[in-house]
Write a protein that binds this ligand. Structure first.
Ligand SMILES: Nc1ncnc2c1ncn2[C@@H]1O[C@H](COP(=O)(O)OP(=O)(O)O)[C@@H](O)[C@H]1O
Ligand SMILES: C=C(OP(=O)(O)O)C(=O)O
Ligand SMILES: [Mn+2]
Length: 536
């Protein structure tokens, strides 16, 4: 395959005639050399490339747009999540971007998403920097050498050096992400945070798969036991534990972030993982720690001086430090990344108020209620402006990436839960013993043990207690877990303060759910928490 190409590149209905060099489908070692020569980053002691992504080290959801046109106008769930942009501004920005791109060298990579062959979407990712192209190599699926891609469905331009002029270009800021469903093009400018590249295509799949194929697209990780057949899914907003908890030495990884659930089973969209590195330690997260080696891209990680040893505790650039690597860097990952229908689903919520039990077992109605509510916290650093855990309701545990109304995804999930008799668990990976600032984050080892107990069936044998306000059934005991952490009221010193906080949260649930009430079945509405005066 040629490493440089000279023909024009198709950008939707536009053609781009480059003047600079086009580096096409470079190998990872070649891209690493480019990144170093371009001064995008340096090597760590273990051979990983550590790059600085610049001003943006997390997503910027307020600067994400969908082109409003005939295809999208009556299908997209417009609002503060899916902001409309007139097609004329898209055209204007594309023209300006092409002008900017004329004078620079570009990296071009072809790949695809969706492990399930019938649902594949081919991609061309055009990046300004070599490190962004390494990201695209790792995170998307890689065509095999004997099976090059026949045609390209979607094109992504990721050009951090190009900035919009807010009022003139129809956007809010210099940085932007614009999805154009008609042209099948994504424009990313002004930001070098690579998470925007993967999450924009995730948004595309969240639109196409449910509408065109009836497939549930999910913001979740997935793994299977060594015997296969016992697939588990872990839904959760950024920073709640999808990547961490799905990397489990006792099980095999399917994927860490984005999956589809079809009539046949579950499949990964991506070809790699994008793990948070804050506080990373071999003892706690051995699989992720050992995936950091030559080829891996580290973003915004600091090093211990000249030793070049990554210092994962140093969050001076951002708390959202990241490692991107292909899925096979995790030992025992399933390839192709396809698995049977799930037996267990875990909703991961980082409860910043410390109200929810570390684990509870949900009925189908409760599962639907909590899926639509998507109560969790935004974790520090994951979005611009978020500097401490901030409670939020993120429908389907991924509202920021959903172009359709949450009820559409919930309806498909509801049917699947019943058909496949899936057990759903709500897991609080956030605070216990008090709210953020008073309590502490539940130790990872406890969360791992609770999940293992649920998967092994250990929690089928124990007694349950029903939460007075939330109506959730939580176990009174669990092997390898101190029982005083299983009940949140027990882990708080001040019980009155606990129930006051729980009632406040129940009110917030009710307030948030009002927007969905009209289309919901009464049984789902009955699964809501109920404010109670609890006498102690
Ligand atoms: N109890 C816990 N469960 C899960 N993650 C935890 C827990 N306590 C701390 N963490 C940390 O929280 C972060 C979870 O991030 P990650 O797994 O990357 O989330 P996601 O993939 O959902 O974005 C990791 O840095 C992990 O070490
Ligand atoms: C890439 C991201 O997703 P996650 O944190 O869920 O891995 C992100 O939120 O920027
Ligand atoms: Mn993740």
């Amino acid at each position: 395959m040629n490493s440089t190409i000279s023909e024009p590149l198709d950008l939707g209905n536009q053609k781009f005639y480059p003047k600079g060099k086009i580096f096409y489908q470079l190998s990872v070692p070649a891209l690493v050399e480019h990144a170093i020569l371009n001064r995008e980053g340096v090597l760590t002691e273990c051979g990983a490339l550590v790059a600085d992504t610049g001003k943006f080290t997390g997503r910027s959801p307020k600067d994400r747009y969908i082109v409003h046109d005939d295809k999208t106008k009556s299908t997209v769930w417009w609002g503060d999540i899916n902001q409309p942009l007139e097609a004329k501004y898209y055209g204007q920005l594309l023209t300006k971007m092409m002008h900017y791109m004329k004078d620079i060298d570009l990296y071009v990579r072809d790949g695809y998403v969706c492990a399930e062959k019938n649902h594949r979407l081919t991609l061309r990712v055009i990046t300004e920097s070599a490190y962004q192209n390494i990201f695209a190599h790792h995170l998307f699926m890689r065509p095999s050498r004997n099976e090059p891609l026949s045609s390209i469905n979607w094109t992504i331009l990721a050009i951090p050096g190009f900035e919009a002029i807010p009022l003139v270009d129809g956007v809010r800021s210099a940085n932007f992400v614009i999805i154009n469903f008609t042209e099948q093009v994504v424009l990313i400018g002004g930001t070098g945070y690579t998470g925007e590249i993967k999450k924009s295509i995730f948004s595309v799949l969240n639109y196409l798969l449910p509408t065109e194929k009836g497939i549930l697209s999910m913001h979740c990780s997935a793994n299977v036991g060594k015997e296969r057949g016992d697939t588990a899914l872990f839904f959760g907003l950024s920073g709640t534990g999808k990547t961490t908890l799905s990397a489990d030495e006792a099980r095999m990884l399917v994927g860490d972030d984005e999956h589809g659930w079809s009539e046949e089973g579950v499949f990964n969209f991506e070809g790699g993982c994008y793990a948070k590195c804050v506080g990373l330690a071999e003892e706690k997260e051995p699989q992720i720690f050992n995936a950091i080696r030559f080829g891996t891209l580290l973003e915004n990680v600091c090093m211990l001086g000249e030793s070049r040893i990554p210092d994962y505790n140093n969050i001076s650039k951002t708390e959202n430090t990241r490692a991107a690597y292909p899925v096979h860097f995790i030992k025992g990952a399933v390839e192709p990344a396809i698995a049977e229908h799930p037996k267990h689903i875990f909703f991961l919520t980082a409860d910043a108020f410390g109200v929810l039990p570390p684990i509870s077992k949900l009925s189908v109605e409760q599962a639907m209620y909590h899926f639509i509510s998507g109560y969790t916290a935004k974790v520090a650093g994951t979005e611009s402006g978020i500097i401490e855990p901030t409670a939020t309701f993120s429908a389907c545990f991924g509202k920021a990436f959903l172009p359709l109304h949450p009820a559409k995804y919930a309806a498909i999930l509801g049917k699947k839960l019943k058909t496949h008799q899936v057990q759903v668990w709500l897991v609080n990976t956030g605070w216990i013993g008090g709210a953020y600032g008073v309590g502490k984050r539940i130790p990872l080892v406890h969360t791992r043990n609770l999940i293992q107990a649920a998967l092994r069936g250990d929690l089928d044998e124990v007694d349950y207690q029903t939460h007075l306000i939330f109506g959730l059934a939580y176990p009174r005991s669990c092997p390898n877990i101190p029982s005083d952490i299983l009940s949140p009221r027990d882990s708080w010193r001040d019980k009155e303060a606990y129930f006051a906080q729980a009632n406040k949260l129940a009110e917030a649930f009710a307030e948030n759910f009002k927007q969905y009430e009209a289309e919901m079945d009464i049984k789902i509405l009955e699964a809501a928490p109920k404010v109670q005066i609890v006498s102690l």
